[in-house]
Ligand binder design. Structure first.
Ligand code: F0G
Length: 461
């Protein structure tokens, strides 16, 4: 190949406005993380250089989205923007009924209350924190039916989000189909490391659940990223567009909860979508109690407009290639430096295996929590613990859950950082890796009752 044959590619956008960042010294960062109780959620954002806490609500909106914000119709009822969002939802996702909510967990609350009765069982492909909590608060019990490979950070399975059909069948047999209001399928699976579900697996799950008259409810928060992996990895999908694959995923389910703060490139918003009219009517009654009228559900008109436009932008092939491409670039650099990361690299971030990074620490010394704190202290990079702290406690026994995966998530916001930022991140992780044997564990000195990872405080052992 001659030099002239090489064709690099870059992002399908140019930058029109920038946000300046504050640079800090190591001493300032040591002080800030100590004051934050070694919890990156409690840091002030202005003390952060590169913020990889989450890809949720942190995307850069396009000029089209910003101009959509100016078209907000802030009427209490029947806002024009609601109808635009409804049209985008129907065009790209194809569900019958839309109920906007303030964000994803608002939709999870309503879905759980409408569908789950006390004593019900909700099988799903690995838990997500807010999703499982709403299922539990509605009286249900979550049962994990993801394939075993998902719990092994080194396993290179291309669809680690898949559901194990034998596990699902065993749950149906054990509890009976009438105890299972729906199977909760997440695309992609956040806590497994942003791992996708294959179309073939979803269709198998559909076949099995239809046999037992059980519904499938999707957590479609990162559906376009899942569709990208299907396009890249699954036989028969290489020539299909992301948009077509997204719609095909939705067509194999009965409804979905959606956090618009991820795929849909907005800073706030979400929705519940359903195909069943009765369930929709009940959900419409509840949304008025918890969120707002059924034509805004906690969102301003302008937010609904930005989300309608963001949905369309999110399913463009060139957008998704750049979005996931940037995450894979960071993953490749980590692999070259032999940092233990979840493989394959996921759609929304790179996940470091903290048990392997800090093998001298026990899980209840919070290895992922302390690693996140160390990464902040090194270069001002803010990441998130996704391990024992996030997993919480078993409500019945009061014991910690001890998840197999003890991870630090480096989540990449969409359209926000450059390749040079990715280089700085990889260098910082390498520096901390070099001095890993000197890193000590933490003890928890304050523990909130719910979703403790947000506000827990720690001190050094
Ligand atoms: N489902 C998944 C898979 C998520 O990742 C999230 C949020 C939600 C539901 C809830 O949506 O935040 O709009 O209420 N995940 C964020 C994260 C918080 O950082 O991963 P929400």
């Amino acid at each position: 190949m001659s030099k002239l044959d090489k064709r690099s590619w870059a992002e399908p956008f140019k930058i029109k406005m920038v946000e300046l960042l504050k640079m800090t010294t190591e001493e300032q960062r040591e002080k800030a993380i100590k004051e934050a109780g070694y919890n990156t959620f409690l840091l002030k954002s202005e003390d952060v250089y590169i913020d990889l806490l989450t890809d949720s609500g942190t995307s850069a909106m396009s000029d089209r989205q910003w101009s959509g914000m100016m078209m907000g119709d802030e009427a209490y009822a029947g806002s024009r923007n609601f109808y635009n969002l409804d049209a985008a939802m129907k065009k790209y996702y194809g569900y019958k009924y839309l109920i906007p909510t303030h964000q994803g967990r608002g939709a999870e609350n309503i879905l759980s209350q409408v569908m789950i009765k006390k004593g019900d069982i909700v099988p799903g492909n690995m838990y997500f924190t807010t999703t499982r909590l709403h299922q539990e608060l509605a009286g249900g019990t979550f049962v994990d039916v993801i394939i075993d490979e998902a719990h092994d950070s080194e396993n290179p399975h291309p669809f680690k989000g898949n559901i194990d059909l034998n596990k699902l069948e065993a749950v149906i047999k054990k509890y009976g189909a009438n105890k299972i209001p729906y199977v909760c399928v997440a695309v992609t699976v956040n806590l497994a490391g942003g791992q996708p579900v294959s179309m073939a697996n979803l269709k198998e799950v559909r076949k099995l659940t239809q046999k037992h008259d059980i519904k499938i409810m999707l957590d479609m928060t990162r559906i376009a990223e899942n569709a990208y992996f299907i396009q890249q990895r699954e036989k028969g999908y290489a020539r299909k567009s992301i948009a077509a694959i997204v719609k095909e995923i939705c067509s194999n389910t009965d409804g979905a909860t959606f956090s618009g703060k991820k795929d849909a490139l907005v800073n706030i918003g979400g929705f519940l979508v359903l195909n069943d009219k009765d369930a929709y009517e009940e959900a419409s009654n509840l949304v008025v109690v918890y969120e707002g009228l059924h034509t805004y559900g906690g969102m301003a008109g302008r937010d609904m407009e930005a989300m309608a436009i963001g949905i369309e932008e999110s399913v463009q092939d060139e957008h998704m290639k750049a979005r996931v491409g940037q995450v894979l670039y960071l993953g490749e650099m980590m692999k070259k430096a032999e940092i233990p990361i979840v493989q394959p690299t996921g759609g929304h971030g790179v996940f470091i295996d903290a048990k392997k990074f800090l093998p001298h620490l026990k899980q209840d010394q919070f290895p992922a929590q302390v690693l996140a704190a160390e990464l902040y202290a090194d270069a001002g990079i803010r990441t998130m613990e996704r391990g024992i702290v996030s997993a919480g406690r078993n409500a019945k026994t009061g014991d910690h859950y001890f998840p197999k995966l003890e991870l630090v998530r480096l989540t990449i916001p969409r359209r926000v950082y450059t390749q040079a930022h990715m280089d700085v991140i990889a260098e910082s992780v390498e520096r901390v890796y070099e001095r890993r044997t000197k890193i000590k564990g933490l003890k928890m000195i304050y523990e909130p009752k719910y979703l403790r990872f947000f506000q827990a405080r720690f001190s050094k052992l």
